[in-house]
Design a protein around this ligand. Structure first.
Ligand SMILES: Nc1nc2c(ncn2[C@@H]2O[C@H](COP(=O)(O)OP(=O)(O)OP(=O)(O)O)[C@@H](O)[C@H]2O)c(=O)[nH]1
Length: 658
């Protein structure tokens, strides 16, 4: 006889999982939790019981006198509006089975549930407001209109150095700066302001000072396309390593040309041919081997090859015909920003087009100001910065973010107005539109014409499985929906923050196979709304992606991690098994949680808890900071230091039973 999952039945009946499990237990039908199954016959019995219990909900709302809340709104904003503490909203939501943070956007269904609890009505923006804001938008558009003025001129390329740790990124940057920096010519001393200029054969090249694809992608994630060329450093004695591959994929996903610097050529064990061979596996075929990837052997120590490297940078830059309009009003990107004692907010910006002058009013990300002073990368006070000049600017009201754009506007008053409106608009847009793609919303967004391509970042425990999964995913390209599946990056190892940034920058989802995200990656994914899915079976991952493409993915349930538990001691008890003496390091664990056993970042088992004890007592739940004993269902192969990740399934759009 076929079986029925309890959560499915609960959904069909419109009751919550716990209520159904309790009822089943009252009826003596064994049901451990909502993931358990029962027979169809048992399901029928329960159905009959619930048919008469349907809640009738006919509340008449008196909308007069009540506070009106206009969506989109977050938990925090709602609390502020209602003048109550946000924890009371969060607690209410938890009681309804919704885990929400203070920054969580409340969808209309949840909002309408809360409306009856907290006595407010949901309003609509009035027509009038809309017309007003349309008018304002037109004015902003007019001000920000980007019409080139005067003649165009060639501009310097902006270069980022990337590569695996210790392959010599910083050494190469230093070698370049030492020999070619502007300071000798201009009599200044190089300041580390985030970017620096060097001159090679009368050509200026701008280098971003922070090497690495992480910084590059973080800026991209904020919408900045601030790199024209990337130098990929690969140590000749070490070859292509995991972060080399990451860097390649980060650069490719941004469409930035790559020049390979094969470094440490002075070392006796240097083997440039091996490097070239390994690069071919990532579709970078060197020119000598018939491809179009420029590879330059260099040594940051002896400085051999540095000139050739710069020569190649200027060649690639010429080929790309980088242009700017010096007579335009200035615009560009913020490279870094900080608050300095006595100087106020200081931002290093890269003037990419037009000119920036002392006294200009600027709009900079969500802040604004009047440029009070400018200092160049060689520590000189300057009054005018043309493309492409890195300058520190003083005079902003607040600290912008790296990756924000800046733009000169007619006056400070307008700058303030626009900054405020931009802030509001961005906030609304972020809330209104779930910007990040997810398997749940992919089909919907695709139908709205937003996506024809599903970008995926793939991380796995071993190379073999990553390759297998990648291949299977790419096979989905022959589908009847006309959707392209693109694996933006595939790599071995845990999911890191830089994977999340790449997902933001390339609008990708992340699939983890037998790996878990690092803690900071988990936080970043939550903040950025990135869909991360973990699998232990390739087939399931493929099925989910397929289902998402056809719009058949069941979006009703999602996994919710409850907490982490560290195994500190093991007690082998004959005929029972291995009891793990544990400590809850984070969150909490419940006796009906599912447990994922993680060892060295890899998932080695997934299953249920048989017993959860505090001292000798069976308990339902143990909170962070407490010890407990856990016996897993049918799994005893534990080691001290293993991490248990406790999780459950939660309804995404839970039905609220009053
Ligand atoms: N022999 C030799 N050693 C080099 C060369 N370039 C760098 N190194 C050495 O390699 C080590 C790492 O160099 P870094 O420049 O710090 O490497 P990196 O890629 O910037 O490293 P992270 O910033 O940690 O990612 C240092 O000990 C350098 O002295 C080179 O051309 N030849």
């Amino acid at each position: 006889m076929s079986k029925v999952r309890i959560y499915q039945l609960a959904k069909d009946l419109g009751v919550d999982n716990k209520e159904l499990v309790d009822t089943l237990n009252e009826l003596d039908i064994e049901a451990k939790n909502h993931m358990s199954t029962i027979t169809e016959e048992e399901a029928e019995t329960v159905k009959e019981l619930f048919v008469d219990k349907e809640p009738t909900d006919e509340k008449q709302e008196d909308s007069e006198q009540k506070l009106t809340v206009v969506p989109p709104v977050t938990v925090g904003e709602l609390a502020e509006k209602l003048e109550i503490d946000s924890t009371s909203i969060i607690t209410k939501l938890i009681s309804k089975g919704i885990m929400a943070s203070i920054n969580q956007n409340l969808n209309e269904q949840i909002l309408s549930d809360l409306a009856s609890e907290f006595d407010f009505v949901i309003g609509d923006e009035s027509q009038e407001d809309e017309e007003d804001s349309n008018e304002e938008e037109k004015i902003i558009e007019e001000i920000l209109k980007d019409e080139p003025k005067g003649d165009s001129a060639e501009r310097a390329p902006i270069v980022t150095v990337m590569g695996h740790v210790d392959h010599g990124k910083t050494s190469i940057l230093d070698a370049i700066r030492e020999t070619k920096s502007l300071e000798s010519e201009a009599g200044g001393i190089t300041q580390h302001i985030g970017a620096s200029r060097v001159v090679y054969n009368d050509n200026t090249i701008v280098f971003l000072d922070t090497p690495g694809h992480e910084a590059f992608t973080e800026m991209r994630a904020r919408g900045a396309h601030v790199t024209d060329i990337s130098i990929l450093v690969v140590a000749a004695d070490d070859g292509v390593m995991p972060q080399t591959v990451e860097a390649i994929n980060h650069a490719k996903s941004a469409d930035v040309p790559i020049i390979v610097a094969i470094n440490k050529m002075d070392k006796p064990e240097a083997n440039p041919d091996r490097v070239k061979q390994e690069l071919t596996e990532h579709n970078l075929v060197s020119e000598e081997w018939g491809g179009d990837t420029i590879c330059v052997p260099v040594s940051a120590i002896s400085k051999d090859g540095i000139d050739e490297l710069l020569e190649m940078v200027t060649l690639v830059s010429e080929m790309n015909e980088l242009q700017a309009y010096p007579e335009n009003t200035g615009k560009g990107t913020v490279i870094e920003a900080k608050l300095e004692k006595g100087r106020g907010p200081v931002a290093t910006v890269l003037v990419e087009d037009g000119s920036l002058n002392v006294g200009d009013a600027v709009l900079c990300g969500n802040t604004f100001g009047n440029v009070r002073a400018m200092v160049s990368d060689i520590g000189k006070r300057i009054n005018k910065a043309t493309p492409v000049t890195p300058v520190e600017i003083l005079g902003l009201e607040d600290i912008p973010n790296a990756g924000d754009t800046f733009q000169v506007v007619p006056d400070e008053k307008q700058a303030r107005q626009i900054a405020e409106q931009k802030k509001e608009k961005e906030r609304e847009e972020k809330l209104r539109k779930n910007q990040a793609v997810s398997l749940d919303n992919f089909f919907e967004q695709m139908q709205e014409g937003e996506h024809k391509e599903l970008n995926i970042i793939l991380k796995g425990d071993v190379r073999g499985s990553v390759e297998a999964l990648k291949e299977s995913l790419l096979k989905l390209n022959d589908n009847e929906y006309g959707i392209k599946v693109k694996v933006v990056h595939a790599g071995v190892g845990t999911i890191s923050e830089s994977d999340i940034m790449l997902a933001v920058a390339s609008n990708a989802i992340i699939i983890g196979f037998n790996v878990r995200p690092e803690n900071n990656a988990k936080k970043a994914a939550e903040q950025e709304n990135i869909d991360m899915r973990m699998y232990r079976v390739i087939y399931e991952a493929i099925e989910d992606v397929k289902a998402a493409m056809s719009g058949l993915l069941d979006p009703e349930y999602k996994e919710v991690v409850l907490g982490q538990v560290e195994v500190r001691q093991l007690f082998k008890v004959s005929r029972i098994g291995t009891i793990a003496g544990c400590y809850v390091t984070n969150g909490h664990v419940k006796n009906d949680s599912y447990i994922r056993v993680i060892r060295d970042g890899k998932v080695i088992h997934e299953g249920e808890i048989r017993t959860l004890k505090r001292f000798k007592e069976d308990v339902k739940e143990v909170q962070q900071g407490y010890e407990c004993g856990i016996l897993l269902e049918k799994f005893n192969d534990l080691k001290e230091g293993d991490i248990f990740e406790a999780y459950n399934y939660e309804e995404l759009k839970p039905k609220v039973v009053e």
